[in-house]
Ligand binder design. Structure first.
Ligand code: ADP
Length: 220
């Protein structure tokens, strides 16, 4: 079924969301106050409209209240982002995803009822920092302020050992939830404690950041 989305603010972040959703066949209403942006997106999104979403009347006229999920990707203008979010909430939009510019903005957005607050620059910075620290860390996904999932190449120290030998849960407080074996395409999502790990295997580890960090330092 074709799902309906609206993307407000077609900068680098909102524009990329709009493109991707449209390429996936979704019905996207693209909105920006800048005429040039609307020109750029008129052949990409199903509908593209010039509008300033801080104007209550304009927002209502767009018929946005019927759209299930709205993404607010207004960049630097934090005031416009907050005002737009409040009015969308008042219109009863079911799901609101809003881009935050900084931690203070994020706090306000959560307070006024944004369902998902995203912080793309900060999160991508963190992910890249983790993969720079250790060449074995392939990816890092934040679950909360202090919990994450990391994808890590097992490396020499774990080579030939079983999960029982390594005793990761007791020693480090984190869990290996899946193992991608180097020579196989598949992924084992419920590894047995007796499974032997090889240096090239990729482990998916979940846990508190401080525990994962200890695990990374001592075993990876
Ligand atoms: P990014 O950092 O993702 O590139 P930008 O700040 O460059 O974000 O882009 C934000 C977009 O939001 C711009 O295209 C701008 O025209 C649009 N925008 C800003 N304020 C409003 C508003 N009140 N109503 C609609 N669009 C807006």
């Amino acid at each position: 079924m074709k799902r309906e989305f609206a993307v407000i603010g077609l900068g680098r972040f909102g524009g990329s969301i709009c493109r991707e959703l449209s390429e996936e066949g979704m019905d996207v209403l693209a909105i920006d106050a800048d005429e040039d942006k609307i020109d750029e997106f008129k052949d990409i999104a199903a509908h593209a409209v010039i509008a300033d979403t801080t104007d209550d009347k304009v927002l209502k006229e767009l018929g946005i209240r019927n759209i299930e999920h709205v993404i607010v990707a207004i960049g630097d203008n934090i005031q416009a982002s907050i005002l737009t979010t409040i009015m969308l909430k008042e219109l009863g939009i079911k799901t609101l995803t809003v881009k935050a510019q900084n931690d203070y903005h994020e706090k306000v957005l959560k307070k006024i009822g944004a369902d998902y607050v995203v912080h793309p620059e900060r999160d991508m910075g963190r992910r890249i920092a983790h993969s720079i620290i250790s060449t074995n860390i392939l990816d890092h996904l934040e679950l909360s302020d202090d919990h994450s999932i990391v994808e890590v190449k097992a490396g020499k120290r774990m080579d030939g050992k079983t999960l029982v030998d390594l005793d990761i849960r007791a020693q480090y407080g984190c869990n290996i939830v899946a193992i991608k074996e180097a020579d196989e395409k598949g992924i084992n999502v419920s590894p047995m404690a007796t499974q032997t790990i090889e240096a090239d295997d990729i482990l998916i580890v979940i846990g508190a950041d401080k525990d994962i960090s200890r695990f990374e330092k001592q075993l990876v």
